[in-house]
Design a protein around this ligand. Structure first.
Ligand SMILES: [Zn+2]
Ligand SMILES: [Zn+2]
Ligand SMILES: [Zn+2]
Length: 108
């Protein structure tokens, strides 16, 4: 399978936990300090966290992409989710959209 390496979204490539949840020198839980992540292709930016890897409004990893900032693209998942208007989040509640599971797009 084709893979691509990217700078870790959650720690911005620093290798440390930006929120220091465990200690002052917390290792990033997403890349485990490697500063890079490897993704199987194809993949798309996570709509719910807008690619940041951070759960919107919280200091934890995004539950949709597990903090990676991207999700693997499924074939035919190219249509914008009308339920959340492509944001991946339910308006008002701020929770991941159930229709698209936070991806912001659904299958045709
Ligand atoms: Zn990281
Ligand atoms: Zn995400
Ligand atoms: Zn949706």
């Amino acid at each position: 399978m084709e893979t691509k390496r990217f700078k870790c979204s959650f720690c911005s490539g620093t290798g440390t936990d930006q929120f220091r949840l465990l200690s002052e020198e917390s290792v990033c839980q997403v890349c485990l300090g490697k500063r890079e992540l490897e993704f199987a292709q194809p993949m798309i930016k996570c709509a719910f966290c807008k690619g940041s890897g951070v759960y919107p409004g919280k200091r934890v990893t995004c539950t949709v992409c597990s903090g990676k900032g991207v999700v693997s693209e499924k074939p035919n998942m190219t249509v914008k989710c009308l339920h959340c208007r492509g944001t991946g989040a339910v308006p008002d509640s701020g929770l991941p959209c159930l229709k698209c599971k936070g991806r912001g797009c659904v299958s045709k």
